[in-house]
Design a protein around this ligand. Structure first.
Ligand SMILES: *Cc1c(COP(=O)(O)O)cnc(C)c1O
Length: 237
């Protein structure tokens, strides 16, 4: 198999972002690309990092921690690290010294623990609340109806900064099928932006992956999470 051309992949993604923005009159500078490097070896991250990529995301604590440590140990501390996967409350303590963003906060218990650990480390951790927008059996994230109470609860947590919402659309071959899910997440954000919660600065919408980034951008995404289009297919998936 030919080696992966990261430079070409990254260029191609940036082009997709630029075209999607042009189609709906948005500024590409308002879209943050998060490189989702789960299952990929450190060399792959280094190659992409060398191309100037700043934001990286992982979905497992046990994979994220050694990758953060590797780059910190070589003095590359400018990377913004995101935890984007199913969050087990008892593992937050392994992340809280270093992680910049926890994008997959599903409930109050997790928020409370992030606050406690961030406080102990003298930090403020940026978070997104993951909202369940898909119609899939396996549900992740808080239900839309529970979001206001969660944002209200965050007013007690001064070491957490809630920066917005994250959603994973239903799995489909046709991205148009999930446009309404992205739209629903944006409506939720707009609704909660009216309320001016303490410890929140609700400006981000993390939605859109390799297959549906264009639709997500058209519907207001500010953070897209790209794995496959950048790093190639993942083994066993
Ligand atoms: C794996 C993953 C992605 C990236 O998906 P691709 O389709 O490979 O771009 C994005 N978000 C989350 C939460 C993921 O786990």
């Amino acid at each position: 198999m030919a080696p992966i051309n990261y430079s070409q992949n990254l260029e191609h993604i940036k082009q997709r972002i630029a075209s999607a923005c042009e189609a709906c009159g948005r500024n590409p500078a308002d879209i943050t690309l998060i490189a989702i490097s789960k299952t990929k070896p450190i060399e792959a991250l280094e190659a992409v990092r060398d191309l100037g990529q700043i934001h990286f995301g992982e979905n497992k604590v046990q994979e994220l921690v050694p990758k953060m440590e590797h780059f910190d140990e070589k003095g590359d501390t400018d990377i913004q690290w995101h935890m984007v996967g199913g969050l087990q409350t008892n593992k937050i303590k392994y992340l809280s010294d270093r992680v910049d963003w926890i994008d997959s906060v599903p409930k109050k218990k997790a928020l409370k623990e992030i606050n406690k650990r961030a406080k102990a480390s003298g930090r403020i951790i940026q978070t997104l609340i993951q909202v369940n927008i898909s119609n899939e059996e396996q549900k992740f994230g808080c239900e839309p109806d529970d979001l206001p109470a969660l944002l209200k609860a965050a007013e007690e947590y001064s070491h957490v900064k809630v920066m917005g919402l994250m959603g994973i659309a239903s799995f489909t071959d046709n991205p148009e099928d999930v446009r309404h899910e992205f739209k629903a997440l944006r409506c939720l954000l707009e609704q909660e932006q009216q309320k001016d919660y303490k410890n929140s600065d609700l400006k981000h919408l993390s939605m859109g992956m390799t297959n549906d980034l264009e639709v997500a951008i058209e519907e207001g995404s500010t953070m897209i999470r790209i794995g496959t289009a950048l790093f190639g297919a993942r083994d066993g998936q």
